[in-house]
Design a protein around this ligand. Structure first.
Ligand SMILES: Nc1ncnc2c1ncn2[C@@H]1O[C@H](COP(=O)(O)OP(=O)(O)OP(=O)(O)O)[C@@H](O)[C@H]1O
Length: 282
C-alpha cells in the first residue's frame, strides 16, 4: 500500500499554485494520473521518486517511510525501489541495447535478468544494435527494460508512449501490462490519453490545478455522461450549410450546428447521448 499526502507550492506561469494530493494506492495496482497540462502530474511522480521535496506531507510505502515532513525524513531516490521511464528516453546513444539495460545494474549483479528483459520486451534480436539506429518505439522498450532491471517494486511512467505512433503504442501498451503483472509492480502512469488509461489501469486519479478531484475506476471516470466523457475540440472551418468542421484528437468531424454562431478556432465541447451501433462482420 502506498499512502501519500503531498503539499507543495508550485510556480506556474500564472503565479503560485498549491499542489495538494492525498491518496492511497494498493500494491500491485496500475494507477493513472490524469489531468490538464500543468495540473501537477509530473510533480507528483518526481516527489514519489525523491527528485522533488514536498513542502509538507508524507509518503509511506508498505511499512517504510520514504518522506515525512514532520519527522524530517527523506529517503534518497536511489534508496527507493523505483524504476521510471519518461517521454525522452535518456539512453546512451552510442551504446548497444544490452549495455544500456545492463548499465542499471551494479558490477557484481548477475546479468541473466538482462537476457530475460530483452525477451520480455521483444528486443532479443536487437541486443547488439546501437541505440541511435532504433525507432522511437524500440528505444522506449529499452528504456522500459532498463527501468525494471533492478527489480523495483514501483514503476513510474511519465507519458512514455506519447511520442509513438498508434500501432507501436498498442504493442507497447501490451508489453507494459505484461511487465506490470510479471514483475508484480505497482505502476503509476501519467497520461492524457483516455484510451490508454482505460486499457491499462485499475484506478485513475484526477487532478485539477494541483488539487485532488477523485480516485475512481476508468470505467466510471470516462463512462457515458460523466465529466471526462465529454469530447472537446476546435472548429477548423465552417461549410456553406452552417456545419462546423471540428478537429477532435486526430479526427475531423462535421457537426450540424444550425443557428449557432461559431468561429474558426472556437473551442467546443460535445456531450453525446446516443450512439448508432453497427456490427461489422469479419
Ligand atoms: N521544482 C518546481 N518548483 C516549483 N514549481 C514547479 C517545479 N517544477 C514544475 N513546477 C511548476 O508546476 C506546474 C505543474 O507542472 P507539472 O509538470 O507537474 O504538470 P503536469 O500536470 O505534469 O503537466 P503536463 O501534462 O504539461 O506535463 C507547472 O506550472 C510547472 O512550471
Amino acid at each position: 500500500m502506498i499512502d501519500l499526502s503531498l503539499q507543495k507550492v508550485l510556480h506556474t506561469a500564472e503565479g503560485e499554485m498549491q499542489l495538494d494530493v492525498t491518496a492511497k494506492i494498493e500494491s500491485g495496482q496500475f494507477v493513472s494520473l490524469y489531468g490538464a497540462s500543468g495540473a501537477g502530474k509530473t510533480s507528483i511522480l518526481r516527489m514519489l521518486a525523491g527528485f522533488m521535496k514536498p513542502d509538507s506531507g508524507f509518503i509511506k510505502v508498505n511499512d517504510a517511510v520514504w518522506f515525512d515532513s514532520r519527522r524530517k525524513s527523506h529517503l534518497e531516490p536511489q534508496q527507493r525501489k523505483i524504476g521510471f521511464v519518461f517521454q525522452d528516453y535518456a539512453l546512451f546513444p552510442n551504446m548497444n541495447v544490452r549495455d544500456n539495460i545492463s548499465f542499471a545494474l551494479d558490477k557484481h549483479e548477475p546479468r541473466q535478468i538482462v537476457t530475460e528483459l530483452l525477451e520480455v520486451t521483444g528486443l532479443s534480436n536487437l541486443a547488439t544494435r546501437k541505440i541511435q539506429t532504433l525507432s522511437g518505439g524500440q528505444q522506449q522498450r529499452v528504456a522500459l527494460a532498463r527501468a525494471i532491471a533492478k527489480k523495483p517494486s514501483m514503476l513510474l511512467l511519465d507519458e512514455p508512449l506519447s511520442a509513438i505512433d498508434n500501432v507501436m503504442r498498442d504493442q507497447l501498451q501490451y508489453t507494459l501490462l505484461e511487465i506490470h503483472k510479471r514483475y508484480a509492480l505497482t505502476t503509476i502512469l501519467v497520461s492524457h490519453n483516455a484510451n490508454e488509461i482505460i486499457k491499462l489501469s485499475d484506478t485513475v486519479i484526477h487532478l485539477e490545478q494541483g488539487s485532488f478531484r477523485e480516485q475512481t475506476s476508468p470505467a466510471r471516470f470516462f463512462g457515458n455522461g460523466n465529466e471526462a466523457s465529454k469530447l472537446t475540440g476546435n472548429v477548423i472551418s465552417l461549410d456553406e450549410k452552417g456545419n462546423a468542421i471540428v478537429l477532435i484528437d486526430d479526427r475531423l468531424l462535421t457537426l450540424p450546428v444550425p443557428g449557432t454562431i461559431l468561429n474558426n478556432n472556437d473551442r467546443i465541447e460535445i456531450t453525446y447521448s446516443n450512439f448508432q451501433i453497427q456490427l461489422l462482420q469479419h
